[in-house]
Design a protein around this ligand. Structure first.
Ligand SMILES: [Zn+2]
Length: 251
């Protein structure tokens, strides 16, 4: 289904909001209110914000600190690299909370003779789903500092930051959380049995909300090549960083 919509009006303040293809929700950059693109009506879920704490002039300094602490980075990397691009982006997430239970049956082969074993894996999760269809973003490596979380407020967002909108419905996000947790439990079950015969996962969702969190996308240059770093804007933690010579060092 492709809806060709170029613009809707904010359901709160009436400001014109440009809609990109595929966007499900849109947050007004004037008043911070979120509307549902399809209906043009107000979005009824809780909407939170984790703010950036790193000044634009300091972002690359934080990256340099990470370079200095890296065991595999070239020794002169922090001195000889320079920042080529840096963008602060507020990424949209769905936070899906609930209790997930997997029941597994498998074969335990570490003893002779092998025995059949079954059991449950049960955990509570506040699972983070990136609300973009086609983003190359390592969500599983991203640990949100939910402590800095506040209700969404457009005026608190840096003027030069880009705010991306959700391309997933809540149903899409819940399904994705269910699938990802199922994969995690499958991985955990492999620790308990050597061969999984059957595993089923149920996910009992207790609450969901929408969240924007600050991430720096930086590109740096080193010896004529370009490398990308993703940094959590709230904590300054490197989410994912490319380093020169990684392939070489892995040999
Ligand atoms: Zn508005």
């Amino acid at each position: 289904m492709v809806t060709v919509t170029s613009q809707i009006s904010c359901s709160h303040c009436g400001a014109p909001l440009p809609v990109q293809p595929g966007e499900i929700l849109i947050t007004c950059s004037y008043c911070g209110f979120t509307s549902v693109v399809e209906t043009g009506k107000a979005f009824e879920f809780e909407h939170s914000l984790v703010l950036n704490t790193i000044a634009t002039g300091r972002a690359f300094e934080v990256v340099k600190g990470w370079m200095k602490n890296s065991f595999i980075a070239p020794k002169d990397l922090s001195k000889k690299s320079s920042v080529l691009e840096q963008n602060l982006v507020y990424l949209p997430f769905w936070v899906v909370s609930g209790e997930a239970t997997s029941h597994y049956k498998g074969i335990f082969e570490r003893v002779a003779p092998a025995v059949e074993k079954e059991g449950d894996i049960r955990n509570h999760y506040d699972w983070l789903v990136l609300a973009r269809q086609d983003a190359n973003f390592p969500t599983s490596a991203y640990h949100l500092s939910l402590e800095g979380e506040i209700p969404f407020e457009a005026t608190k967002i840096d003027k030069n930051a880009k705010v991306l909108n959700s391309e997933l419905t809540l149903q899409d996000a819940t399904q994705r959380a269910h699938d990802e947790i199922g994969n995690l439990h499958q991985y955990l079950a492999k620790d308990r049995v050597d061969r999984i015969v059957e595993i089923t996962t149920t996910f009992d969702v207790s609450s969901t909300y929408y969240l924007h969190s600050a991430v720096w996308f930086l590109t740096y240059g080193y010896k004529g090549k370009r490398f990308q770093v993703l940094m959590d804007g709230a904590s300054g933690q490197i989410i994912k960083g490319d380093l020169p010579g990684e392939d070489f060092n892995l040999i």
